[in-house]
Write a protein of this length. Structure first.
Ligand code: T1G
Length: 706
């Protein structure tokens, strides 16, 4: 291995650059190379100070998550101990200046905090994102961070995992200076000046911000509340709080030992496995079989959205937030005005919540141009159709787009159910057509299903992936199958929940069991939010329940006919007050009972286990069919879809990973039992049977195929 640390000397300052692409993570051999470079610079009589930085696009982005993964799966030695390195940096007799650009995350920030000074480029990000991986900072971050930024800020950073921008980090005391201009030159100048004038302080000896027990008690209580709110049911945030508590009550070395214990408790836990799985699964989604890295995406600078409704407005907002100029077209002035007013209202609400300044909101709104004609659409590099879910209307629009769009423009549809190939076929350029299935609210939800048509060209696909990244979304490429992937799986899950209530459970009991499992929302609450009418229409579009022998849910159609269309109507499966707070509705309970009586469905009680198993195994069984028919490239793609678009708890790793962890044999046996009890809708997916019988997991399958 070539030395991952490059040392150069500039004006008697040693500049140490970690060069370990792609993100300078602390892979095997990197910490020891840093340590050796520090010692060599300390020994070098021509060097008066040291600048430490990252080569390429970033500072150190943290511990190597590959080794953490190995540790999580049973090899605790894989998680390297950075203590000797950090102590060596902190005890260095020459000032060590950390020069940060890109991201200093996790172990990267922990190294930075062991330095004597920190300077950063204006666009740098600094954070302890370990909770995203189900773990806590494991290299003394919980001990040094509160010593630099105080207990409250350290708690916030370690519980939310959110990084600070350079200016915020400066205000918080985490860095000494934000550098304009050339970072290395600035850092070298800074190092030369501190080498002669400033007494070096070790972070571990700075105890003045640690507060008293009395001062800290309410901070810890608030942090636990925050954790319960933003990271419900997750173990790591509580352990991070425990570790920071140790920082305030124990001497530094003992605090570090306590942190290490808590770190290993997390690493060995099921949640770390699941969240690390999601981390790599999210990075795998853009590696598309047959799509070479050399395929260049088409440049996108102007976007046009056709349709100013909820989805169109959300997509336009997502584009404007990403700095793109976007026109929104609708057919009538009234529709356009209404759509634009909603966009404005949403921005106002964001400003009110303090998430955006008024100026920034105005700047973003100014990027959105409402238009009635196709003139602006004609100059767009990417057109996203987001009109009402109706084939005739969408085909009509695609014909118009084909006539006006410039050559090479991407023609995308935001359809959630319709056949992309059928839409492509009405144009003279099917290779330029792709589905971009956004999830509502489109400016918030991270998931983007990229629907690859039979003739979608490779560079168009690469363009869709690059565009998604630009919007900060997680794109998952799916085949043009009915309902695509997320919804195709959601329907059996939703129907099973409806069968459960028709057999005697109540919507709130089912929802409680599902949120108890960790789902962000119960399925009945989801149905009410998305609209009972929307689900009804999708059922018609997808032709569900055409086979008369198939058991079909009965109550949903009745709710639709009664105009109980969900939240927007103030009533659906639940009743909603002015604030859209749900409460159980006796009328619905009665309707369910009557319907079941008329249909002769026997009534009984259900425990939470049965509810969760029936709903989730319906989801997983369909997922197995999807993997088998190639509608996704890997099982883990489904996990990414469900964790980012359907409120599945990421700390359970997504539905396919969850099935693996339960054990595919057990899942399969239960499904066979359900088949005996409830009939052929529960026939196990052949792939599930195969994996269960050969004692393999979906994860094994992904590895075999990669
Ligand atoms: N380890 C190993 N590989 C990593 C990595 C890491 N820390 N970070 C990124 N990669 C790989 C990633 O898999 C992908 O690989 C490539 O780099 C580019 O990533 C002791 C316990 C840094 C902001 O959580 O947030 O430190 O797919 O596509 O959009 O307390 O990656 O190309 O083969 O995401 O430019 C804490 C995680 C670790 C940072 C860059 N650190 N990474 O984003 O590129 S725990 C993190 C990120 C820790 C200490 C502990 C992002 C990024 P491939 P990318 P990007």
């Amino acid at each position: 291995m070539t030395n991952p640390v490059i040392t150069t000397v500039r004006d008697s300052v040693a500049v140490l650059a970690v060069d370990y692409p792609p993100v300078n993570a602390l892979g095997p051999g990197v910490p020891s190379a840093i340590l050796e470079a520090i010692e060599a610079a300390e020994r070098n009589a021509d060097v008066s100070a040291i600048v430490f930085m990252g080569a390429g696009k970033t500072f150190v982005a943290g511990a190597d998550i590959n080794t953490l993964e190995r540790a999580a799966w049973g090899d605790p030695d894989a998680a390297c101990d950075l203590h000797p390195l950090l102590a060596r940096i902190e005890d260095c007799s020459k000032p060590v200046v950390m020069a940060i650009h890109g991201t200093a995350l996790g172990g990267g920030l922990e190294i930075a905090m062991a330095g004597h000074f920190r300077v950063a480029a204006a666009d740098a990000l600094l954070g302890q994102p370990e909770v995203n991986l189900g773990i806590i900072p494991g290299a003394e971050g919980t001990q040094r961070l509160p010593r630099l930024v105080g207990v409250a800020k350290a708690l916030d950073m370690c519980v939310t995992g959110k990084p600070l921008k350079a200016a915020e980090a400066h205000a918080a005391g985490l860095i000494d200076r934000v550098m304009d201009g050339d970072l290395v030159a600035g850092a070298v100048r800074f190092a030369r000046s501190v080498a002669v004038t400033v007494r070096v302080r070790k972070t571990r000896e700075r105890d003045e911000l640690l507060g008293t027990a009395e001062e800290n008690a309410p901070l810890f209580a608030a942090a636990r509340e925050l954790a319960a709110k933003v990271r419900r049911r997750q173990v790591a945030p509580g352990k991070a709080i425990d570790a920071i508590t140790a920082a305030t009550t124990l001497p530094f070395d003992e605090g570090c030992r306590r942190e290490r214990e808590l770190f290993f408790e997390c690493v060995k836990g099921e949640q770390a496995r699941a969240l690390i799985h999601i981390f790599f699964a999210e990075r795998a989604v853009t590696k598309i079989r047959g799509l070479s890295k050399d395929v260049q995406p088409r440049p996108i600078s102007r976007v046009a959205v056709v349709g100013a409704g909820t989805m169109g407005g959300g997509i336009a907002t997502a584009c404007a937030n990403a700095g793109l100029a976007v026109s929104v077209k609708d057919a009538t002035r009234a529709a356009l005005d209404a759509g634009f007013a909603t966009i404005r209202r949403n921005y106002d609400a964001t400003v009110k919540r303090g998430r955006l300044t008024g100026d920034a909101a105005a700047e973003r709104i100014a990027r959105i141009t409402p238009v009635l004609s196709y003139d602006d659409v004609a100059t767009a590099d990417l057109v996203i159709e987001a009109v009402f879910e109706n084939m005739e209307l969408k085909s009509h629009i695609f014909r118009e787009l084909d006539a006006v769009a410039k050559p090479g423009a991407v023609l995308a549809s935001n359809t959630s159910t319709l056949d992309i190939d059928a839409l492509a076929s009405v144009t003279s350029r099917p290779e330029d057509v792709v589905g971009l299935h956004f999830f509502s609210p489109a400016n918030v939800m991270r998931l983007l299903e990229v629907v690859r048509g039979a003739r979608t060209s490779p560079d168009l696909l690469a363009t869709a992936l690059a565009f998604a990244k630009r919007l900060g979304k997680v794109p998952v490429v799916v085949a043009n199958c009915r309902g695509f992937v997320g919804n195709r799986m959601m329907f059996p899950y939703m129907y099973e929940a409806q069968f459960l209530v028709e057999e005697g459970a109540t919507p709130e009991q089912v929802d409680r069991a599902l949120t108890g499992f960790g789902m962000a929302m119960g399925i009945f609450a989801v149905d009410d939010m998305a609209g009972i009418d929307v689900a009804w229409r999708v059922r018609q579009e997808l032709g569900h329940f055409q086979d008369p022998s198939e058991r079909r849910p009965l109550v949903a159609d009745k709710l639709y006919e009664l105009g109980r269309h969900g939240q927007k109507a103030g009533r659906g499966w639940y009743r909603y007050d002015e604030q859209r707070k749900p409460s159980p509705d006796p009328e619905v309970v009665e309707l369910i009972k009557t319907t079941a009586r008329e249909a002769g469905i026997p009534q009984r009680s259900h425990d939470d286990r049965e509810i969760v198993e029936r709903c989730l195994y319906a989801l997983i069984n369909e997922g197995a069919r999807i993997v088998a028919d190639g509608s996704v490239q890997r099982a883990s793609d489904i996990d990414v879809i469900y964790a980012n678009g359907y409120g599945f708890p990421a700390w359970r790793g997504g539905p396919m990973f969850y099935a693996d962890r339960v054990g595919l044999r057990e899942v399969h046996d239960r499904i066979l039992q359900f088949e005996r009890d409830f009939g052929p809708r529960w026939a196990p997916a052949p792939l599930l049977t195969e994996l269960a019988q050969t004692n393999r997991t979906f994860r094994d399958l992904d590895r075999e195929r990669s």
